[in-house]
Ligand binder design. Structure first.
Ligand SMILES: N[C@@H](CCC(=O)N[C@@H](CS)C(=O)NCC(=O)O)C(=O)O
Length: 202
């Protein structure tokens, strides 16, 4: 299999964390790439017309995207319980969607600051994106700690990858402000070898 990836993409990190957790890493060749909505020229466009990574080329069918599809495919291939059977599955998928939604908002802030000319940047829009992140962190803290303190699912791996990205790109905004239990959980969970091996570096 071939994974189109970048070292700083948090969506890619979810896949890499899963590969470490499941022991499938050796089955995957990594191809580094990158791009933004302003320049998709280096992206694997033949495999993903959206021009986004991660993309997984696999032996048993067309290339897969996005990270949630790839993670389900690899978890199934590895025969793990990272995605349990329904009805527990609905919680895991909702948790993963929450983590990915935080990433969508966090990445939108990065694009606002990096891609727009300064005079076109909208601080109110960035604050609105951050509200989504902060509200989600507070909700994870209020409603999801029982799940996060239980057996590891894809929800755990997605939340940890998302929080790692917030520390990497948005440290100053402080997601921990209204999430003290989540902060404690992340301090411990982020010590797992899979997360240490995939920590983003500039
Ligand atoms: N929902 C997608 C999001 C992937 C995504 O946005 N990846 C970023 C890298 S962090 C990307 O490829 N951006 C390029 C673009 O949007 O043109 C997933 O989970 O895979």
């Amino acid at each position: 299999m071939r994974l189109h990836y970048s070292k700083t993409s948090p969506y890619v990190r979810k896949v890499l964390v899963l590969l470490h957790e499941t022991g499938l890493l050796d089955e995957v060749e990594l191809t580094a790439t990158g791009g933004t909505p302003l320049d998709s020229s280096a992206m694997p466009l033949d495999q993903n017309p959206l021009g986004k990574i991660p993309v997984l080329e696999r032996p048993d069918g067309p290339a897969l995207y996005d990270s949630r599809v790839i993670c389900q495919y690899l978890a199934h291939r590895a025969g793990t319980g990272l995605y349990p059977a329904a009805p527990a599955l609905w919680d895991v998928l909702t948790l993963e969607a929450t983590a990915d939604g935080m990433l969508d908002a966090a990445l939108a802030i990065v694009y606002e600051t990096r891609l727009r000319p300064e005079e076109l940047v909208m601080p109110a829009l960035m604050d609105g994106y951050w509200e989504k992140v902060a509200r989600s962190a507070a909700t994870l803290d209020a409603r999801w700690m029982d799940h996060l303190n239980g057996p590891v699912t894809m929800g755990h791996l997605a939340v940890a990858s998302a929080l790692g990205y917030l520390d990497f790109r948005h440290d100053a905004r402080n997601w921990r402000a209204n999430a003290p239990q989540l902060d404690r959980w992340y301090a411990e969970f982020s010590q797992r070898p899979s997360l240490k091996a995939t920590a983003p570096a500039a």
